[in-house]
Ligand binder design. Structure first.
Ligand code: URA
Length: 209
């Protein structure tokens, strides 16, 4: 079973409270989401292997460590996932960024891919799928399936807030994908919104509503 990690660092939790607040406007919302994404990147990359190197300091040779040849791919799910990309790139500047866009077919209710542009070498990359709100888990599961169909082998999922239903759906569909969230909320309402959540992440990021 894939691991679920709730990142409970005080800075993440404090900023998430501000993000949830309906009085927080788009500019501040965007800045906070970016900051939380950066803090989460710190934990999501914790298992990256290190290798020893020697560095000549001004006074001596230091035996020290660097990340061992890791190639990272960030894959935001459009459109709300975009809000977390810049924060992650601040800590992982060499990461390549792919994009996946999905919509729900109104008749079958299945997620349909309408856009997909990925780095050519995704099979060799550690991919981090980014979606701020893990609600039913339908989009995240479908995006992960599309990535696997294109050769991806090593995938993590990173979200701000998850509903228990979404976590269960992704874990059932993708037992190999570890999930990182800042909070697990209570439930989904009849419209598929996470309760208490933060509302529509895309609308709040981009000021559409
Ligand atoms: N997507 C959102 O933006 N918010 C939710 O609460 C659920 C899905």
């Amino acid at each position: 079973m894939a691991k679920l990690q709730v990142l409970d660092h005080p800075l993440i939790q404090h900023k998430l409270s501000l993000i949830r607040d309906e009085k927080t406007g788009s500019k501040e919302f965007r800045e906070l989401v970016e900051e939380v994404a950066m803090l989460m990147a710190y934990e999501v990359t914790r298992d990256f292997p290190l290798q020893e190197v020697e560095v000549q300091t001004p006074v001596a040779v230091a035996k020290t460590k660097v990340i061992s040849g890791r190639k990272v791919g960030l894959v935001p799910i459009l459109r709300a996932g975009l809000g977390m990309v810049d924060g992650m790139l601040r800590l992982i500047p060499a990461a390549k960024v792919g994009h996946v866009g999905l919509y729900r077919d109104p008749e079958t209710l299945s997620p349909v891919e309408y856009y997909c542009k990925l780095p050519s070498d995704i099979a060799e990359r550690d991919l981090i799928v980014i979606d701020p709100m893990l609600a039913t888990g339908g989009s995240a599961s479908a995006a992960i399936t599309f990535l696997k169909e294109r050769g991806a082998k090593n995938i993590k999922l990173m979200c701000l807030i998850a509903a228990p239903e979404g976590i269960k759906a992704v874990q059932n569909a993708h037992a190999d994908v570890d999930i990182f969230v800042a909070a697990v909320d209570e439930c989904l309402n009849d419209h598929g919104y996470i309760i208490p959540g933060l509302g529509d992440a895309g609308d709040r990021l981009f000021g559409t509503k």
